[in-house]
Design a binder for this molecule. Structure first.
Ligand SMILES: NC(=O)c1ccc[n+]([C@@H]2O[C@H](COP(=O)([O-])OP(=O)(O)OC[C@H]3O[C@@H](n4cnc5c(N)ncnc54)[C@H](O)[C@@H]3O)[C@@H](O)[C@H]2O)c1
Length: 396
């Protein structure tokens, strides 16, 4: 059926105003009490076990991961789950730069030393002069930074390090074409994680936490690092074996560890800087993510286009006709044949069409030359393997 009235967006978290403003009043109603929402917009709200109303056609998470969303269950209903990949990458990059500087110049320990000084002591200046010797550091310029994982964050870190005058050694066996294009040509290609660990003074990790990357840095490969090397983990807790790091620091096999995950075993450790998961905590990152997912949601609700859904292919088709049908279906043979036959039997002439698949999911956009009636939509919905059908006539 043609959607009557504005789209309803159930907003389950505080979402940046900049994002909500992309959904204009009149065409959209947003709020936490929408009875039959067309879509759900979340940040951290846990949707596992929560009743997702049948009216919902999309879920958008204003962030990067989807741990709080039952993606498989949504796929089974033909519902795309949108995220904002890279929306927080600059925020993480800047924190990594801060982390490198904190380690190189011993800023955490130096700050703690100053805080402990007695402001009333008569020899304050002398105490400062005597104390500062303990915090002499090194400069980043001309040092080698190893970057493991050259995706949205890693490629920005590599670029910033080159601009600081560092040498960069990068490793990513599955680098995307886009990321490869955006890397500065000066980045040298490493052949393995071990190659990076052996040859860099600082090593920064920017990989997802998946079974293959759990304890990517561990007791056996930490031994390859220089004793004065600094390891930075702004990926996820678990990518590094923290117990092995603490042991390597104690044995003077590693110079320092900077991370965004203050696991209990790291607290109070010398030469560890542990931050309270601040990577994406900037107003700008929140805004970027909210704007990205709001734009994606709008393009999907009004035109059926799919960008950055974790469970669907990227599908985008410019409007050449006012009458569009969007179909999500299982990726099995002869779906297109059945859909086009149903349309032809209803006297509909297909003007333009795109069909893409990703894993078990396929998605089709069909523009036709005349208005589409409910009976043919019902007929397409009844085809085995069809998960959802939406009629998207252009707004008058
Ligand atoms: N600290 C924070 O607050 C914060 C914020 C955002 C992201 N993150 C973390 O940072 C990670 C990277 O984010 P992103 O946006 O750059 O993700 P991304 O998907 O753009 O990039 C990840 C890259 O890692 C590569 N990779 C995967 N396995 C690898 C391996 N074994 N060795 C080398 N490279 C490997 C992939 O090919 C990909 O290019 C995220 O997965 C997330 O866990 C943390």
């Amino acid at each position: 059926m043609r959607k009557e009235g504005p789209f309803g967006i159930l907003v389950l978290n505080q979402i940046s105003k900049a994002g909500l403003e992309r959904l204009p009043a009149g065409r959209y109603v947003t709020g936490k009490d929408i009875a039959e929402p067309d879509a759900i917009l979340v940040r951290s709200a846990d949707l596992h076990g929560r009743d997702i109303p049948p009216s919902v056609t999309a879920i958008a998470r204003a962030g990067a991961g989807t741990n709080n969303i039952p993606v498989a269950a949504m796929s089974a209903r033909g519902i795309p789950v949108f995220t904002a990949p890279g929306g927080n990458a600059n925020a993480v990059k800047e924190l990594v730069l801060a982390g490198m500087l904190m380690a190189a110049r011993n800023l955490g320990a130096a700050q703690r030393f100053v805080e402990r000084l007695d402001p009333a002591q008569p020899q304050l200046e002398q105490a400062i002069e005597d104390g500062k010797k303990a915090f002499a550091g090194f400069e980043l310029c001309n040092q080698t930074l190893g970057v493991i994982g050259l995706g949205k964050v890693g490629s920005l870190v590599a670029d910033a390090a080159i601009k600081l005058g560092m040498n960069v050694l990068g490793f990513d066996p599955d680098i995307t074409v886009d990321a490869a294009w955006s890397l500065p040509s000066q980045v040298q290609r490493a052949s393995s994680v071990e190659d990076v660990l052996k040859n860099a003074r600082l090593v920064s990790l920017h990989v997802p936490l998946v079974p293959a990357t759990r304890h990517l840095v561990n007791a056996s490969n930490l031994r390859l690092m220089r004793p004065d090397a600094v390891l930075l983990n702004f990926s996820r807790e678990g990518v590094v074996d923290d117990a092995a790091v603490v042991a390597a620091l104690a044995a003077h096999q590693l110079g320092g560890y900077v991370c965004d995950f203050p696991h209990a075993g790291l607290l109070g450790q010398e030469r560890v800087v542990a931050l309270p998961h601040l990577g994406a905590s900037t107003r700008e990152a929140e805004e970027n993510c909210a704007v990205m997912v709001a734009d994606q949601l709008r393009d999907f609700l009004e035109h059926g286009n799919i960008r950055n859904a974790v469970n669907f292919p990227q599908v985008s088709m410019g409007r050449e006709s006012p009458w569009r049908v969007a179909i999500a279906n299982a990726n099995v043979p002869n779906m297109l044949g059945q859909i086009s036959t149903a349309m032809a039997q209803a006297g509909l002439n297909i003007h333009n069409m795109v069909n893409k698949s990703r894993g078990e999911m396929a998605y089709t956009l069909v523009d036709v030359d005349s208005a589409v009636g409910e009976p043919v939509l019902a007929q397409i919905r009844a085809i085995e393997g069809v998960l959802s059908v939406r009629y998207l006539p252009a707004a008058p």
